[in-house]
Design a protein around this ligand. Structure first.
Ligand code: A2P
Length: 272
């Protein structure tokens, strides 16, 4: 049975969802989201920048799962940061998704000089009941400290690149101390770890795939995870991870794969 985590405002967030980054075609994303919902996924993670919110919306509309049982996340893009422009970007996002409210809305990147105004708009939307939880993405402790100095509401989630090659120990400790839920993007290191010998051996031990082992490792670390797949079989496989647990030795062996190696941009050196 799938699980949820309780955010610091009491909202229950599914621990495993479908990531739809890099699905650029609305038909592709619609098929993937339908396959995910059929497989039992409740959470879908999109963003304005992915340009596929309409495809996600089409799948939500066709699905027999009631809207209130789903957990839909989107993100405000860098160009739209600022108070008024965030309010406008939010309306555009919910229109494309065909929903009235979002479950989670994130600031996609910490654009210097902009993210505090953006946060004020997120707080307003939250207080108006348009979003059930608000958070950030790609924020480091310095960004979070700066944001929280003036914030009325503390972010509930920080979604960052996280996988065994970049296990984010310090950031995880920081977020845990502040009751900010960590969420992983590119949890499978964009496919790079699926042939890794250490992971393969653990997969054989449990009769699971390497992808399933890595997803399970996220859950053992209490990091919400959103593996991307466009393939219905793999989408199903990635959700079939609630019937086994990794041993302490398994977890340690995967922890030791850390190389502080990023697949995506470093938030401290991102060219906005
Ligand atoms: P595909 O979409 O063809 O399934 P990440 O979530 O780290 O960005 O990784 C996504 C990549 O991993 C995609 O290339 C995806 O390809 C691939 N992938 C996702 N799930 C699996 C799986 N269970 N087995 C093999 N490859 C997978």
């Amino acid at each position: 049975q799938w699980t949820t985590t309780t955010l610091h405002n009491g909202v229950e967030m599914p621990t495993l969802g479908l990531g739809v980054w890099k699905m650029e075609n609305n038909d592709e994303v619609k098929t993937a989201v339908q396959a995910a919902i059929d497989a039992g996924y409740k959470a879908i993670d999109t963003a304005a920048a992915y340009k596929n919110e309409e495809g996600v919306g089409a799948a939500i509309k066709d699905s027999s799962t009631p809207r209130e049982d789903l957990f839909i996340t989107s993100k405000v893009w860098n160009d739209d940061q600022g108070y008024e422009s965030t309010l406008k970007a939010f309306e555009d996002t919910v229109t494309k998704l065909g929903v009235d409210t979002l479950d989670l809305y994130l600031i996609h990147w910490p654009v210097e000089g902009k993210y505090k105004e953006t946060w004020k708009a997120m707080e307003k939307l939250y207080k108006d009941g348009r979003i059930r939880a608000i958070g950030v993405s790609n924020f480091h402790p310095a960004h979070l400290e700066d944001l929280m100095k003036d914030a009325e509401i503390k972010p509930m989630v920080n979604q960052v690149e996280f996988h065994p090659l970049l296990n984010q120990q310090e950031l995880r400790d920081y977020c845990n101390q502040h009751s900010i839920q960590m969420e992983a993007w590119s949890p499978l290191a964009q496919g790079k770890l699926l042939d890794n010998d250490v992971v393969k051996q653990i997969a054989d031990q449990h009769g699971k795939s390497t992808a399933q082992v890595i997803i399970r490792w996220d859950l053992e670390h209490e990091v919400v995870t959103i593996p991307k797949s466009s393939n219905p079989e793999r989408i199903k496989q990635n959700f079939d991870v609630f019937d086994f647990e990794l041993t302490k030795d398994n977890i340690r062996a995967i922890d030791e794969l850390n190389q502080n190696e990023r697949m995506g941009p470093d938030p401290d050196h991102f060219d906005f």
